[in-house]
Structures are given as structure tokens and as C-alpha cells.
Design a protein around this ligand. Structure first.
Ligand code: PBG
Length: 326
């Protein structure tokens, strides 16, 4: 009797490489960077290896990323407490930190793709992604008006891809309309389509001091128990004009990545978030996991699930590992 022997296709490095179904390369990565308006780079306790960068630090890191083959970065600002307000007006200040960072990057590195985050949490005195009413509700349509201004200000500064992470209803269509009517028809929208109310964002909020001052984000971010609902969000973002859609976090939501992949022909991105980074980093630093192997395996898993693009704090490191360097 013929025995099926799948092991023959695993018997040598050559055959394993030749039949591998998924590949991961630096071109798939977007590298998230934290910036602040002071001097020096400040380590982030819960994200060893990541820092809040000064603008000089940002230029250095962007140059290094390009040298490693990572051609896209996404910016997150740590905004001075004195500039935070209930309406988050600093978000659309053309001389704000993010706007200056975009201009500086585009001047120095014409080939770098600059992605920006649209949401009010770094700018909000309440630490929420939207405007908060007197009775503590996050107001949808009023927030969308500010997000339009924020997106336009980022576009004027030279952003290539605008990425709304706020989860307000209707914001993708509103931002597309605002960009088009101001002539920014070439600026893309990467929508945070299925963004969950996740505890894995903890270290990110430490990095930016942006944790909500009260309550949580469950009235706008999705319930981690839901998968079907991601398809509804996908349908909406596609119909409102998104160029790419995103699932976030990545690791705990691989099934959602797969379902979104099958529901749209648009490119799908996935965000390996701060808490996923912190877990891999902490276990590696303790000697409990092999960092290189587990990180690459996590990235293969995200790509295998169906993501075209991965936002990951490991972007530079993984790019170096993949190229066979350290
Ligand atoms: C803010 C935003 C968050 C992240 C990206 N954009 C935090 C949040 O929604 O509270 C999280 C990224 C990460 O954890 O790495 N709108």
C-alpha cells in the first residue's frame, strides 16, 4: 500500500525554501515611530528597544530604516501636556510636531513613504480618540469635523498615506471628500477598519502618555469577541473610498485578517501592536524565547493569515534578520 509521505517535501533546505507558500520581506513593513518635541531620545520602559525620538533622532532612524530596506514609517507624536485640549486643536496646527516631522522627512528622504495617524488621542485632554461631551460620551460627527482638518493639515505637510485610527463612523468618506476637494487626490487612505478595544495597546499609551483619563474605548473600538462585525466595517470603509484596510491587533486576530482578506480585493494591513512587541521582547530578554525565530514566525503567521502589509516595531530588526545580517 502506498504511504502518503508529506515529509519528502521537507527533507532539505532547498525543498523547504522552494515550496514555502508565504514570504516575508522588508517591503511588507511599515515602521511605527514615536516622536517628541524636545531634545534627546527617551527610552520607553514597556517597549525596550523603542524610544520617543527627537526630530534629529527621527531623521537618523528614518535613514537607518531606508538602509535596512524598510521604506515606510508611521508617526505617533507625544504631545506636550500644555498643548492638549478638549477639542484637540493642536492636531491641525500646520506648525505642529507631526507636520514639521513630515516636512523634514520629505525634504531629507524623497523616497521614504510617510504614513500619518489620524485620531485625537495624542492631542485630547481626555485621552480619547474623539471629542468628549459634558456627560462623558465620545461625539461622532463633531469629531469627524476635526479629523478632516487634521488629515488636511497632514496632507499639506506632505503625508503620503493618511491612516484614521479613531473608529468614528463615516470618517473615511469625510476625509476622502476633504482631501479631494482640496486637491489631494493622490494622498491615500489606509483605514483602521477592524480596530479592537484591546488591552494590547497598553505600552503604546505609556509611550505617548495617551491613556484615556476616564473609562475605556469600547463605545468606538470593536469588541474582541466579534468577527462578523469586521466584515461590516470593511464594507463601509471600502464604499467610503479606503485604499487599504487594516486589522489591529494582528496576533490575537489572525482569523479576522483572513476573513477581511477574503471579503475585499483591497490590500490588507495588520498591526502587530505594542503589547505584542512587549511580550516577544520580554520573553526574549529573559531567555525564554528565541527572539529572532519567534518574531519571524509571528510575521509569517500574519502574512499567512492574509496580510499584505505589516506594521511592526520589529520592522528594522526583522529586515536585518531576513537579509541574513545580524
Ligand atoms: C490611537 C492609536 C493607538 C494605537 C495606534 N493608534 C492606541 C489606542 O487606540 O488606544 C495602538 C498601537 C499600539 O499599541 O502599538 N488612536
Amino acid at each position: 500500500m502506498l504511504i502518503e509521505r508529506p515529509r519528502r517535501n521537507r527533507k532539505s533546505a532547498w525543498v523547504r525554501d522552494a515550496v514555502r507558500e508565504t514570504w516575508v520581506a522588508p517591503r511588507h513593513f511599515i515602521y511605527p515611530l514615536f516622536i517628541h518635541d524636545g531634545s534627546g531620545d527617551h527610552d520607553i520602559g514597556s517597549m525596550p528597544g523603542c524610544a520617543r525620538l527627537s526630530l534629529d533622532g527621527l531623521w537618523r532612524e528614518a535613514e537607518g530604516a531606508l538602509a535596512d530596506g524598510v521604506g515606510a514609517i508611521v508617526l505617533f507624536p507625544a504631545v506636550d501636556e500644555s498643548l492638549k485640549s478638549p477639542l484637540g486643536e493642536e492636531s491641525f496646527n500646520d506648525e505642529g510636531l507631526v507636520q514639521r516631522a513630515i516636512r523634514g522627512l520629505k525634504q531629507r528622504f524623497a523616497e521614504l513613504t510617510v504614513v500619518t495617524d489620524v485620531a485625537l488621542d495624542p492631542y485630547s485632554a481626555d485621552g480619547h480618540d474623539g471629542i468628549v461631551s459634558a456627560d462623558g460620551r465620545v461625539l461622532n460627527d463633531e469629531t469627524v469635523e476635526v479629523l478632516r482638518l487634521q488629515a488636511l493639515s497632514q496632507a499639506r505637510a506632505g503625508a503620503d498615506i493618511i491612516s484614521p485610527s479613531d473608529m468614528m463612523d463615516g470618517r473615511v468618506g469625510a476625509i476622502r471628500e476633504a482631501l479631494d476637494s482640496d486637491g489631494f487626490t493622490e494622498v491615500s487612505i489606509l483605514a483602521y477598519t477592524a480596530k479592537y478595544a484591546s488591552a494590547f495597546y497598553g505600552p503604546f499609551r505609556d509611550a505617548l502618555d495617551s491613556a484615556p483619563k476616564f473609562g475605556d474605548k469600547k463605545t468606538y473600538q470593536m469588541d474582541p469577541g466579534n468577527g462578523r462585525e469586521a466584515l461590516r466595517e470593511t464594507e463601509l470603509d471600502v464604499s467610503e473610498g479606503a485604499d487599504m484596510v487594516m486589522v489591529k491587533p494582528a496576533g490575537p486576530f489572525l482569523d479576522v485578517i483572513r476573513r477581511v482578506r477574503e471579503a475585499t480585493v483591497l490590500p490588507v494591513a495588520a498591526y502587530q501592536v505594542s503589547g505584542e512587541y512587549a511580550m516577544l521582547k520580554a520573553a526574549s530578554q529573559n531567555g525564554w524565547l528565541d527572539e529572532r525565530k519567534t518574531v519571524l514566525e509571528s510575521l509569517y503567521g500574519i502574512r499567512r493569515a492574509g496580510a499584505d502589509i505589516i506594521l511592526t516595531y520589529y520592522a528594522r530588526q526583522a529586515a536585518r534578520w531576513l537579509s541574513g545580517a545580524t
